[in-house]
Design a protein around this ligand. Structure first.
Ligand code: G1P
Length: 292
C-alpha cells in the first residue's frame, strides 16, 4: 500500500504575477480553499499518510496552513463559532508533513530529486501542488494509479488528460504503445512538443507514481526543455531501459484545473464558486446579470 507522496510547490509562479509576488501560487484561493489544500485532501482520500513538500523561498505560508493553529482554535471555541471550527478540520487530517527546500530553481525533475534522501527505497506518488483534479477534489485518481502500479508491477504510472491540439505545447505528451483505453502502456513521453511533433493529445496531468529508481534516472538527466531538469526526461530514460510505464486516463467528470496561468485560474475559481453550496445560487444570478 503506497502511502507516501511528494508534493512540489517550489516554482515561482511567474506566469501569475503580480498575484504571486509575495504569496505562493499554491495558496491562491479557488472558491473557499487554497489550491494546495484541495491537493492534500485528494491525496488523503486516496490513502496517503505522509506528505513531503518540496518548497522554496517565499513558501512558508504553506507550512503555516497545514499547522495546527491552537490560539485560533481556542478563540473560535470560546466565542462559540462552531461552523468556523469545522473549516479548520483539515488541520487534523491523519497525515505527517515533511518539508525540504529546493534551493535552486532547476526544474521539476530537480525538485523531485530533492526528495531522494527522505523517500529512500519506497514507491511514491508525485502530486503537483498547483493542480486540482475534479471539482472540489473528489477524485480517487491517485488510488486508481497506485492500484495499477501494484497490479501491473509497473515502474512508472502517469495520469493523462486529453487536451485540444493547441494545448499540447503546454504539457508532457504521451506516445502510447498500442490501443488507448482507460489504462494503457506508455512507449514514450515528449515534454511540450509542437502540434506537429505531438504523438497524441494525451497530456500529463500532474499526478505520477514512481518506483525509487526514478531518482537514479533524475541524477543522470541533463537540462532539457527551457534549460530545466525535466521529470519527463527522467521517465524517458527509464522507458528506454525497458522499465514498465503505464498511463491512466482521467474520467470525463475528473477535469484537471491547472492553477499555473490566469486563464485556467479564472475558470477554476468561477466554477468552484458557482458550485459553492451557500453562495453559488446567488452568484449564478449575479453572473447572469453581468452577462446581460
Ligand atoms: C509540468 C510537466 C509537464 C506536465 C505539467 C502538468 O509542466 O513538466 O510534463 O504536463 O507539469 O502536469 P509545468 O506546468 O511545470 O510547466
Amino acid at each position: 500500500m503506497i502511502d507516501l507522496a511528494l508534493v512540489p510547490v517550489a516554482g515561482w509562479g511567474t506566469r501569475m504575477l503580480p498575484a504571486t509576488k509575495s504569496q505562493p501560487k499554491e495558496m491562491l484561493p479557488v472558491g473557499r480553499k487554497p489550491v494546495v489544500q484541495y491537493v492534500i485532501e485528494e491525496l488523503v482520500n486516496s490513502g496517503i499518510r505522509q506528505v513531503l513538500f518540496i518548497t522554496g523561498q517565499g513558501k512558508t505560508s504553506i507550512e503555516n496552513h497545514f499547522d495546527i493553529d491552537a490560539p485560533l482554535i481556542t478563540y473560535l471555541r470560546e466565542t462559540g463559532r462552531e461552523e468556523q471550527l469545522q473549516d479548520l478540520q483539515f488541520e487534523r487530517e491523519d497525515v505527517e508533513y515533511f518539508y525540504t527546500r529546493q534551493r535552486r530553481q532547476l526544474g521539476l525533475g530537480h525538485a523531485v530529486l530533492c526528495g531522494k534522501a527522505m523517500i529512500g527505497q519506497h514507491p511514491f506518488v508525485v502530486a503537483l501542488g498547483d493542480s486540482i483534479i475534479g471539482r472540489h477534489a473528489q477524485s480517487d485518481i491517485v488510488s486508481r494509479m497506485t492500484t495499477v502500479f501494484e497490479r501491473e508491477k509497473a515502474d512508472i504510472v502517469v495520469c493523462f488528460e486529453e487536451v485540444p491540439a493547441e494545448e499540447v505545447v503546454q504539457y508532457g505528451i504521451a506516445k502510447p504503445k498500442g490501443a488507448v483505453g482507460e489504462v494503457f502502456e506508455l512507449a514514450d513521453l515528449v515534454e511540450k512538443p509542437s502540434i506537429a511533433e505531438a504523438p497524441s493529445r494525451l497530456a500529463v496531468a500532474a499526478r505520477y507514481v514512481f518506483s525509487p529508481e526514478i531518482f537514479e534516472a533524475l541524477a543522470e538527466t541533463k537540462p532539457g526543455k527551457g534549460g530545466e531538469i525535466q521529470l519527463t526526461d527522467a521517465i524517458r530514460i527509464l522507458l528506454k531501459r525497458g522499465r514498465k510505464g503505464i498511463g491512466v486516463k482521467l474520467a470525463a467528470n475528473e477535469q484537471r484545473f491547472d492553477i499555473g496561468n490566469f486563464e485556467s485560474y479564472f475558470q477554476a475559481f468561477i466554477e468552484f464558486a458557482l458550485h459553492d453550496p451557500q453562495y453559488g445560487p446567488a452568484l449564478r444570478e449575479h453572473v447572469r446579470k453581468l452577462l446581460g
